[in-house]
Write a protein that binds this ligand. Structure first.
Ligand code: SF4
Length: 326
């Protein structure tokens, strides 16, 4: 059985972008891949400027959201990266194998480093830590979005290099398990859904809050009047229907849009119903966790214990192969 590892930034409560783009898939994978490991990557979150109190709240918000969204600690290990120090130990080992040029070529590094005056070395090393996150558990499958493929390539490369250098077929080359939902655009229809761009719908938002966000959301820009026929394939609302509405509803939306059979407000109302149906149980579970925070702490403690057990064994063997043992 393939071992699955995936990580998520502690960005506070989930929004529908990271829910559809990753977490909904994780909830399904925990059924088919018992023992999957899901990690809140808080060491990754400190590569830029941050406020410790905000980070603390965001770590908590993410852990609670993941449990509310259906991550079940009885089926998988959910843990904080910083609760397993072996992530940084293996990361250091991998820095000794990774050519600087490979890191400087990473698209995300080029993008992020161009926006800061002084580039922290951690920003450059970010994908090395990511490789360590995965290989520490000798995971062979990693659910990822398309934008993470390049980092996964580095992890595969690192596994190959380490194996070749120390003469062992120890680390598997992790394969991408592409998340079925393509990346979710923000409500502005311009860029990827992201909290920092303020174009999201939060997973815990109420029915009214969801409507307040959907009502002004961007649709097909060529559909100016209700009598104009629309093009669902260019409309973000249609993409969200595909995620939240039944197949029959999606077919109905497509037909109504192309024939100007209804207006965009009608279309959004139907979408809101589908979203409310799926998100209300999640919001209820989050409210329950707010009143019983010990459940979150217990889930994280048990996940960290499982993760540490695997991580310690890996590092014991890695140190042995590398001549770092007694
Ligand atoms: Fe988009 Fe629906 Fe309007 Fe068509 S009818 S443009 S799918 S919001």
């Amino acid at each position: 059985m393939a071992r699955i590892f995936s990580g998520i930034q502690p960005s506070g409560e989930l929004h529908i972008g990271n829910y559809l783009g990753a977490v909904k898939n994780w909830v399904q994978l925990q059924e088919t891949h018992p023992g999957a490991l899901f990690c809140v990557v808080d060491y990754h979150a400190i590569t830029g400027a941050y406020d410790p109190a905000v980070l603390r709240a965001r770590r908590w918000g993410m852990a609670k959201s993941l449990l509310a969204a259906g991550i079940d600690p009885a089926k998988c290990a959910l843990f904080m990266q910083s609760d397993v120090p072996e992530h940084t130990e293996l990361s250091w080992i991998f820095t000794t194998l990774t050519p600087l040029g490979d890191l400087e070529r990473q698209t995300q590094f080029k993008d992020k480093s161009s926006k800061v005056e002084s580039i922290p070395a951690g920003l450059l090393m970010y994908p090395v830590l990511q490789s360590a996150d995965i290989l520490l558990y000798r995971a062979d499958s990693v659910p990822v979005g398309e934008d993470q493929i390049q980092h996964l390539e580095l992890a595969r490369d690192t596994a190959r290099k380490w194996n070749a250098k120390f003469g062992q077929e120890y680390f598997p080359e992790p394969k991408p398990l592409l998340t079925p939902t393509r990346r979710i655009m923000g409500l502005d229809g311009q860029s990827k859904m992201s909290k920092s761009l303020g174009n999201t719908i939060g997973l815990m938002e109420t029915d009214d809050e969801i409507w307040a966000k959907l009502r002004p959301a961007m649709t097909d820009p060529q559909r100016v009047r209700k009598t104009d026929v629309g093009r669902p394939e260019v409309c973000n609302i249609f993409q969200l229907h595909k995620a939240f509405s039944s197949a029959e509803t999606v077919a109905h939306v497509d037909a109504q849009c192309r024939t100007a059979g209804w207006g965009c407000m009608d279309c959004k109302k139907v979408l809101q119903e589908g979203m409310v149906q799926e998100l209300t149980p999640i919001r209820r579970r989050a409210e329950m966790l707010d009143t019983e925070p010990q459940r979150v702490l217990d889930a994280l403690a048990s996940g960290a214990e499982t993760a540490r057990g695997i991580a310690r064994e890996t590092m014991r063997e890695v140190r042995g192969y590398m001549g770092l043992d007694a």
